[in-house]
Design a protein around this ligand. Structure first.
Ligand code: NDP
Ligand code: MG
Ligand code: MG
Length: 340
């Protein structure tokens, strides 16, 4: 079995006397800054002027421009959007890095795909909670923690692993368990998971089911409940106790349907497509296309996003959720916390 690191495995003194600069105050940034501050770490925030800057000030942090924060820091945690990181790194982070500093990420994309090539005299590692930022914050406040991964890319001080684990503890992740990985494995599995299963897979599955029912003449509202709304209830059961726990709770009819029809829908062709998606990630094709799409100011991203937002499932969902205040409250909470 792989080693899982918990609070008791951490040498907390590894972060003592170090100033930590959280760069970016969005979904991950606000959670890392607040959690580590409450864990006793000396934290400052570096972000551009605007909404995030104001929020960080309102949350009680010492807030600076990115360059000013890097200048003062021993550990620089880069929590900017992945597609912005290379530019901000060149202009505002790299000039302020000093020998022996730690340059830290929550996702390996830019280092793994060579968009950021750190200097040879700094430690480089990643600490990646496996969950959205608002949950990293909320679970910490509840006394628990979102599990995470860490990986060492460069260890010039000989202390990178101790500092990475101390950081993971400060944000709450060693309460839930932290595993060691590599930049390559974290980057490729994170991209694959969100594309094939968590984000791309689920949205496409939900939409295809909804469209199939609506095209067959059923009411869109019924299709919405069957294909989207109930998905949360099923996922919660899987989260709590795996597939068996979910199957224990559903009717035997539903379970029989799961066994005979599930593999007909997600069949060998789907798995072949998943392998093709993984190949594009491994060869750098996905990264290349996404980097160029950003350089072109996102014409495809925006067009697809507009089409998706105009889908019937969104229109129907908006009306139905307006009549379910308990659902609406959670939506508001997620938006307030900067979740996307
Ligand atoms: P967000 O988009 O939520 O936040 C980005 C922050 O960076 C905002 O505060 C934004 O400020 C600021 N910012 C953007 N551009 C600049 C700039 N040019 N100069 C200075 N500040 C800037 O990012 P995420 O938290 O989603 O992602 C951060 C990292 O965490 C990424 O590497 C991501 O892969 C990783 N990650 C994210 C997870 C998630 O759940 N979101 C999960 C695990 C890892 P402003 O408000 O002004 O735009
Ligand atoms: Mg990701
Ligand atoms: Mg049913």
């Amino acid at each position: 079995m792989v080693k899982v690191y918990y609070n008791g495995d951490v040498n907390e003194s590894a972060l003592q006397g170090k100033k930590v600069a959280i760069i970016g105050y969005g979904s991950q940034g606000h959670a890392h800054a607040l959690n580590s501050k409450e864990s006793g770490v000396d934290v400052i925030v570096g972000v551009r002027k605007g909404g995030s800057f104001d929020k960080a000030v309102a949350d009680g942090h010492q807030v600076f421009t990115v360059a000013e924060a890097v200048e003062q820091a021993d550990l620089v945690m880069v929590l900017l959007p992945d597609e912005q990181q290379a530019k901000v790194y060149q202009e505002e982070i790299k000039p302020g890095l000093k020998a022996g500093n730690a340059l830290v990420f929550a996702h390996g994309f830019n280092v793994h795909f060579s968009q950021i090539v750190p200097p040879a005299d700094v430690d480089v590692f990643l600490v990646a909670p496996k969950g959205p930022g608002h949950l990293v914050r909320r679970t910490y406040e509840d006394g628990a923690g979102v599990p995470g991964l860490f990986a060492i890319h460069q260890d010039v001080t000989g202390t990178a692993k101790d500092v990475a684990l101390a950081y993971a503890k400060a944000i709450g992740s060693t309460r839930g368990g932290v595993l060691e990985t590599t930049f390559k494995e974290e980057t490729e599995t994170d991209l694959f998971g969100e594309q094939a299963v968590l984000c791309g897979g689920i949205t496409s599955l939900v939409k295809a089911g909804f469209e199939t029912l609506v095209e067959a003449g059923y009411q869109p509202e019924i299709a919405y409940f069957e294909c989207l709304h109930e998905a949360k209830l099923i996922i919660d059961l899987m989260y709590e106790g795996g597939l068996a726990n979910m199957r224990y709770s559903i009717s035997d009819t539903a379970q029989w349907g799961d066994f005979v029809s599930g593999p007909r829908v997600i069949d060998a062709r789907v798995k072949e497509s998943m392998k093709a998606v993984l190949t594009d990630i491994q060869t750098g094709k996905f990264a290349y296309d996404w980097i160029l799409e950003n350089q072109a100011n996102r014409p495809q991203f925006n067009a697809i996003n507009n089409n998706e937002n105009a889908h019937l499932i969104e229109e129907v969902g908006q009306k139905l959720r307006a009549m379910m205040p308990f659902v609406k409250r959670q939506e508001k909470e997620a938006v307030n916390a900067g979740a996307k």
